[in-house]
Design a protein around this ligand. Structure first.
Ligand SMILES: Cc1cc2nc3c(=O)[nH]c(=O)nc-3n(C[C@H](O)[C@H](O)[C@H](O)COP(=O)(O)O)c2cc1C
Length: 321
């Protein structure tokens, strides 16, 4: 979980309790990503996972971005900041692949697409197990052809960004159960189910449906070891927020979060343009966190957020066993 929640402490605590935690590489520079993998290694002898965003060409245009920037200006002024520069970048992709090859986490996972064939060969030669997030059977087929070792099948209830490969596509709407069955029809790779899973019963259900494991995000956002910011934590527990929504307004890619004023005001005019929109809204989101105001913060959460529990990662995991 990029943007703060996935700390080395969370990853180490998950590993110590028999699960597999993932360090988030998204938005970090490669040196900071490396530092966090090393920090997790220093805290545990257990397995460490690391996750990176695969760069895709942006679906945005300068005109659409300029229009969206203009609509954000009054809100930015209210928080006393300028909108960010709507720049494209590849999230330090090549350098992060070097970090993975050098530091060899047991598992590397990819979202928003797949590494190239040569990169896959290099990572595998380093002894790393490769996992791709997929949201459709077509993406699963591509991932299998690319030589992935396992797939995370992400359903529509998932918190945070949808892993959809095509940055211009609408997110798939089949349920997690339907997506699992469609994916299992096209590949024999082990599948890990994700999206809206919050309880032991939820996990048992996806295991019965053929998943070898479950991946949970929202269930750990309130964990002691998570780096979730205080505004996000409070919002997850507040009666002010009653539902989640899927929005491209914060980042230019579809993601699910607690429905707040920013989503209501900006979703209709937000272009699909990742990562430019992410950079454009970043100063506003940061200022809202500083001001303790959840109404302009990306409060990523899955549909099961009401069942997120506080406490240690070990206690949360034992409740899920
Ligand atoms: C706060 C937050 C941040 C996330 N960041 C990432 C990320 O950096 N990389 C990624 O592959 N998935 C990310 N996800 C999606 C998760 O990998 C997973 O698909 C999702 O949490 C599963 O649904 P759930 O939140 O209902 O458990 C994030 C999810 C949340 C809630």
């Amino acid at each position: 979980m990029a943007g703060g929640p996935s700390t080395p402490e969370l990853v180490a605590a998950a590993g110590a309790a028999g699960a597999l935690g993932f360090l988030a590489g998204g938005y970090l520079s490669a040196p900071v990503f490396a530092e966090r993998i090393r920090a997790a290694r220093a805290l545990t002898t257990g397995p460490v996972g690391a996750n990176v965003f695969v760069p895709q060409p942006s679906a945005g245009t300068p005109e659409a971005l300029a229009r969206y920037a203009a609509t954000l200006r009054p809100l930015a002024e209210r928080y006393g900041v300028e909108p960010g520069e709507p720049r494209y970048d590849d999230d330090d992709w090549a350098a992060k692949l070097d970090v993975l090859t050098d530091l060899r986490p047991e598992v590397a996972s990819f979202t928003f697409g797949l590494p190239g064939e040569r990169d896959c060969r290099r990572l595998r030669a380093a002894g790393i197990t490769l996992v791709a997030t997929v949201t459709t059977a077509a993406e699963a087929r591509l991932a299998a052809e690319r030589g992935m070792d396992a797939l995370v099948v992400q359903g529509p209830s998932a918190g945070g960004h949808r892993g959809t490969f095509d940055p211009a596509a609408s997110p798939a709407s089949l349920s997690l159960a339907e997506t699992l069955s469609a994916v299992r029809a096209v590949t024999d790779l082990p599948v890990i189910a994700a999206g809206g899973l919050m309880t032991a019963d939820d996990i048992a259900r996806v295991r019965t449906a053929g998943a070898v494991a479950a991946q949970l995000g929202t269930a750990f956002l309130l964990a002691d070891e998570a780096g979730t910011n205080p505004v996000h934590r409070a919002a997850l527990r507040s009666d002010e927020f009653t539902e989640t929504a899927v929005t491209k307004a914060f980042s230019g890619r579809y993601a699910r979060g607690l429905r707040n004023r920013f989503i209501d005001d900006h979703e209709p005019r937000a272009p699909l343009a990742y990562p430019e929109v992410h950079h454009l809204t970043a100063p506003v989101r940061a200022a809202a966190v500083r001001a303790g105001d959840p109404q302009a913060v990306n409060l990523w959460a899955g549909t099961g957020f009401r069942r997120a529990r506080t406490g240690s990662v070990a206690a949360i995991l034992s409740g899920l066993a």
